[in-house]
Design a protein around this ligand. Structure first.
Ligand SMILES: Nc1nc2c(ncn2[C@@H]2O[C@H](COP(=O)(O)OP(=O)(O)OP(=O)(O)O)[C@@H](O)[C@H]2O)c(=O)[nH]1
Ligand SMILES: [Mg+2]
Length: 688
């Protein structure tokens, strides 16, 4: 593909509710610009974006896809993101490298959960926003109703820039409000605006011109003096207003019928900030906070925002250059890993297709294959330069399952396969929790996990069964107790003898075991000190009450007895072990459970339901706040009560709630719940 200079590039992320038509919109842009000679269809699994097997199977996007299109001597890097909330990771990645987000809204359904989530995200990231009201060809499509709803629901000023000509079966074209020209049919044939739109056009134009004028003193003077602003002046002013979030332009069209697509691309070029407009970019330069000018002739720095790990194609690393120019076959330095990488032939991706490029100037997006150590979030720089670009910020996982390899062969392959999956998707995590003897796979929701499990099988041939994860309880004591144990085996052959007296008490946060020796006068020789400790540590690993590790105890051995011949290491290990168990039982044993900080964000009207539900989860509510119609509830909640929260919150709020969690600490389990943990452990043991 041809190399475009930084000012000719536009990076835009398509976002919004699942099914609003983002993938088809990207497809229509590719078709309109001659990339394909026919439109792919979701139903046939033939779109450029949704090429992955799982995407085709589910008829929905799972990964962000890059669809570069060339239009009017510009290159538009369209990033088609998934709308389903479990796949938020790729929305975050795509937005990190885009100058703007375009929220696609269904003209019939109007504002949906995914619209709200996308909007919230764009507000948080402070990115210029655009709305594309899609599916104007559908029965009951109503453009004005959507614009009104947007203005009533969200902060900001939503103004049409492309008005629809007709609707439903009669939807035939769009009119550009600023220039007054119509684009008719799929070819976008030039035409005149129909008379019945005159009033709406005038009104929208006035709003746009005012917004443009207000963003620039010079324009404002001209406007107030009654002079007409040229379309160029309106575009320039409007660009500022959009950047400040004062105005959100609203497009209309039909991706499937390919109407309004060329007009939309024209406006993206005019209104979306180019990488030059959007500079400077924050970066850590030589260890200090600084800025990069986005200069293609400056030092080179690129951010890796996505990795595709395909067992057949190999690893593909997508990056955006923020400064300088990255050249094919060059060597770059991964500053995070402190390692050199050979870039090989670089290419841009279009869906899964690789299109070679010679070089990538600041602002553009491209990919490299077979890098050695580089992962998502890393910065690649030219040798001798110390620049770190802020990585995309991914949320902590919300949902977990335990997975068990089905056969020995699966077991051998599983950790490699999981590593590859996680490399591709930073919102997926896995670890082996030895305290509960389970392999834990964490993600953003049940669909996310289901797909990960499917991929384990289809991509890596690893079969697993999933189970509910156990809560990683810990065992400890709440008071001081003493116990003594005598181990004696002196019937025939070599004898064993050891007697240990010990005191067990609550320990410190820093160490699981504080072990002290208070034996005076040589009742036990100190050579047996480590033997007793070994016995204690063995019990701590295995647990006393229900098989969970023992933590935070202080043990003092203060007396005992030994035998000149029969006392040996093993005898004291056994005595230490048994004495510890005895004392532990006497010392007010309790369970500790993990406590998480939970932040729930829901539309105000759900606040009561959320609080009521949290109440049943033993939550401690720390704060409640309402900001612009959204309630934010923070609470401390035991992990045991959060295992199904992703699903439960979804059903309480019809999917309109989001939350994030963060581990805080371990806390004692209330006494009345302890017995259930013990019973459950017993039941499991018997089953085995
Ligand atoms: N009538 C009509 N249908 C459309 C239009 N655009 C998309 N569709 C259909 O809407 C369905 C969903 O379209 P997608 O492009 O997959 O939606 P998406 O926003 O990418 O959805 P996710 O990938 O799940 O986030 C498909 O069946 C499309 O054919 C349109 O303009 N008009
Ligand atoms: Mg899609």
């Amino acid at each position: 593909m041809k190399v475009y200079s930084s000012d000719k590039i536009r990076n835009i992320a398509l976002m919004g509710h699942s099914g609003s038509g983002k993938t088809i919109l990207a497809e229509a842009m590719a078709h309109a610009t001659g990339v394909t000679n026919r439109m792919g269809r979701i139903e046939d699994g033939t779109t450029l974006s949704d090429w992955d097997d799982e995407e085709i199977k589910r008829s929905q996007s799972i990964n962000a896809s890059l669809i570069p299109v060339e239009w009017a001597d510009h290159k538009l890097n369209v990033l088609d993101t998934p709308g389903y909330p479990d796949f938020i990771g790729d929305v975050i990645s795509a937005l990190r490298v885009s100058e703007a987000g375009m929220v696609v809204v269904d003209a019939v359904a109007g504002i949906e959960v995914g619209t709200e989530l996308a909007w919230q995200h764009l507000e948080q990231e402070n990115k210029p926003r655009f709305i594309f009201v899609n599916k104007m060809d559908r029965d009951n499509a109503d453009f004005q109703r959507v614009v009104d709803a947007l203005n009533n629901t969200f902060e900001g000023h939503f103004v049409p820039v492309l008005l629809p000509i007709g609707a439903e079966d009669n939807f035939s074209g769009v009119v550009s409000v600023i220039e007054g020209e119509a684009y008719m049919g799929p070819e976008g044939k030039p035409g005149d605006a129909p008379a019945q739109l005159e009033e709406a056009l005038e009104e929208a134009k006035l709003e746009l011109v005012e917004a443009a004028a207000e963003s620039d003193d010079e324009l404002l003077m001209k406007y107030l003096e009654g002079e007409e602003l040229t379309p160029e002046e309106v575009f320039t002013g409007l660009k500022n207003a959009i950047r400040e979030g004062a105005v959100t332009p609203v497009f209309s069209g039909s991706a499937a019928k390919e109407i309004g697509i060329r007009a939309a691309m024209d406006l993206i070029i005019s209104l979306v900030p180019s990488p030059v407009d959007a500079a400077p970019y924050p970066a850590i330069i030589d260890g200090e906070e600084g800025e990069l000018p986005g200069d293609p002739n400056g030092v080179t720095a690129a951010l890796v925002f996505k990795t595709i790990a395909d067992p057949y194609v190999g690893r593909i690393t997508l990056f955006r250059v923020f400064n300088g120019t990255l050249k094919s076959d060059s060597r770059m330095y991964n500053i995070n890993k402190r390692a050199e990488e050979r870039m090989g032939h670089i290419f841009t991706l279009r869906g899964k297709e690789q299109l070679p490029v010679k070089e990538v100037p600041a602002g553009d997006i491209a990919a490299a294959a077979k890098l050695n150590v580089t992962v998502t979030g890393d910065t690649l720089v030219e040798k001798g330069v110390n620049i770190v670009l802020p990585p995309p910020k991914f949320p902590n996982p919300l949902y977990a399952v335990a997975i068990r390899p089905l056969t020995q062969a699966d077991s051998a392959k599983i950790s490699n396969a999981l590593n590859r999956l996680v490399e591709e998707d930073p919102t997926l995590k896995w670890y082996n929790d030895t305290s509960i003897r389970q392999l834990i796979l964490q993600g953003m929701g049940d669909v996310h996990i289901t797909i990960a499990v499917n991929r384990l099988k289809s991509k890596f041939g690893v079969n697993v069964v999933t189970e509910t994860p156990k809560v990683p309880y810990r065992e400890t004591v709440s008071k001081t107790a003493k116990a003594a144990y005598r181990h004696k085996k002196q019937t025939g052959g070599a004898g064993q003898f050891a007697e240990v007296h010990m005191r067990v008490e609550p320990g410190t946060d820093e160490q699981d075991l504080v072990y002290e020796w208070e034996v005076f006068g040589g009742a036990i020789s100190s050579t047996f000190m480590p033997s007793i400790e070994k016995g204690i540590r063995q019990v701590m690993k295995e647990g006393v009450l229900a098989g969970y590790p023992v933590v935070k105890v202080k043990v003092a051995v203060y007396d005992g007895k030994e035998h000149p011949v029969d006392s040996k290491d093993i005898a004291f290990q056994i005595a230490g072990r048994e004495a510890f168990k005895k004392a532990f039982h006497e010392a007010g044993p309790i369970f500790l459970e993990p406590i998480y900080k939970v932040e729930v964000i829901v539309p105000e009207e759900y606040m009561g339901d959320i609080l009521g539900d949290l109440n049943t989860r033993r939550a401690r509510v720390l704060g409640m706040d309402t900001v612009r119609g959204k309630s934010i509830i923070t609470a401390e909640v035991p992990y045991a009560e959060l295992l199904r929260y992703a699903n439960d919150l979804r059903s309480i709020t019809q999917g309109r709630g989001i939350y994030n969690i963060e581990f805080l600490r371990y806390e004692p389990v209330p006494q009345h719940l302890s017995q259930a943990i013990i019973d459950e452990a017993k039941r499991e043991k018997e089953e085995k």
